[in-house]
Each structure stands twice: as structure tokens, then as C-alpha cells.
Design a protein around this ligand. Structure first.
Ligand code: GAR
Length: 191
């Protein structure tokens, strides 16, 4: 049996990275090759050190002004590339090289609250401001446009009027922890 390879991109705290790593910890058919980050001081790097996962920092030059990251990805031959709280737009050279092999998680029910600048707490603040009665997560394929690739899975959660943006974030994170690893697992099993 061939071991399936995942590469993760993350820019922030990395709690989804940790959750995904824990989900696949005891599985010898799936491995996390590495976590790639564009933030030198991202908390995800500390998590990777603790979890024994390779973490690699890259800059704009490597990502979108040269083919360094593209070449690295191609040489690693991942089965799936997973954006877990990654905030840069993926260059077309990379989306073209990995059609239907890059997925993202967005902390809202797309097409609502998507697009440039809509990430993390910005999303939850906007949901709070609009007095939404529900929010959720969207797991989708990544194409050359922010948050516009085909939707793979959505899940929603009810909101109370007294939920603060932080409470909304916590509810959304719970959904992410529940569904993201399962969706990754399902996609890998279809390949
Ligand atoms: C997650 O909520 C993810 O949905 C969001 O960033 C957070 C990362 O949390 N992604 C976006 O907003 C992408 N537009 P984490 O670092 O704790 O996993």
C-alpha cells in the first residue's frame, strides 16, 4: 500500500495543523511531509517542533516571484495540498500544476464573507456585525481566485445574539476540528 502524502500551508496559530496531525498520528497510510509557512514567527512552527513535523519558512520570492515552492512541491509529489489558515493567494503556476489537489478551509459559509481580506477574526467580526443567526465552515478546492473553487463540504452552527466574535470563532473552530481531517481522509481515499 502506497503511503499518501499531505503538505500543509499555514500562516498562523496552527491549531488545525495540530488537529490534522493528531487525526493521522496512528495511521501508517497517510503522512504529513511538511508544513510550509510564510510567517517566520508563526505559532504553527512551535507546534511543528513539538509534534515532530518538518516546518519550512518561505518568502514571497520563493512563493510567487520564482518557481522555488512550485519546484519543491513537485519534487515532494504530494497527494493533497491543504491550506489550513494560510493567507496568501496561491499563484496560478501552482494551482495549474495541482488541479483538484489543493484544498482550503474558510471560516464562514461561502459565498458569504469570502474574498480578499476575509480571514480569521475579520470574518467573525463581519458575521457578528451582520447579526447572522448561523455561520459555519466551507472546505473547497483552490483555484486562482480567492475562495471561489468548487465547494467540497459545508457545515453550519447556530449563533446566539449574545455570542461575541470570539465565541463565533470558537464555534467555527470546533466545526473545523470535526470535519477538516475527515474530508482530507475521504479525498485521499478516493485517489
Ligand atoms: C481557521 O479558522 C481557518 O478557517 C482560517 O484561519 C484559521 C486558522 O486557525 N482561514 C482563513 O481565514 C482563510 N481565509 P488555526 O491557525 O488555529 O488553524
Amino acid at each position: 500500500m502506497k503511503t499518501k502524502k499531505i503538505i500543509l500551508f499555514a500562516s498562523g496559530s496552527g491549531s488545525n495543523v495540530e488537529n490534522i496531525a493528531n487525526y493521522f498520528k496512528l495511521r501508517n497510510d497517510v503522512t504529513i511531509c511538511c508544513v510550509l509557512t510564510n510567517k517566520r514567527d508563526a505559532k504553527v512552527i512551535d507546534r511543528c517542533n513539538r509534534l515532530g513535523i518538518n516546518a519550512l519558512f518561505f518568502n514571497r520570492q520563493a512563493f510567487s516571484k520564482s518557481n522555488f515552492i512550485l519546484n519543491l512541491l513537485q519534487s515532494l509529489e504530494p497527494d493533497l495540498i491543504v491550506l489550513a489558515g494560510f493567507l496568501w493567494k496561491i499563484p496560478e503556476t501552482i494551482t495549474n500544476a495541482f488541479p483538484n489537489q489543493i484544498i482550503n478551509i474558510h471560516p464562514a459559509l461561502l459565498p458569504k464573507y469570502g474574498g480578499k481580506g476575509m480571514f480569521g477574526m475579520n470574518v467573525h467580526n463581519a458575521v457578528k456585525e451582520a447579526k447572522e443567526t448561523e455561520t459555519g465552515i466551507t472546505i473547497h478546492y483552490v483555484n486562482a481566485h480567492y475562495d471561489e473553487g468548487a465547494i467540497i463540504k459545508q457545515a453550519s452552527v447556530m449563533l446566539n445574539t449574545n455570542d461575541r466574535a470570539e465565541d463565533i470563532a470558537a464555534k467555527v473552530h470546533q466545526l473545523e476540528y470535526e470535519f477538516f481531517p475527515k474530508v482530507i481522509d475521504e479525498l485521499l481515499s478516493k485517489q
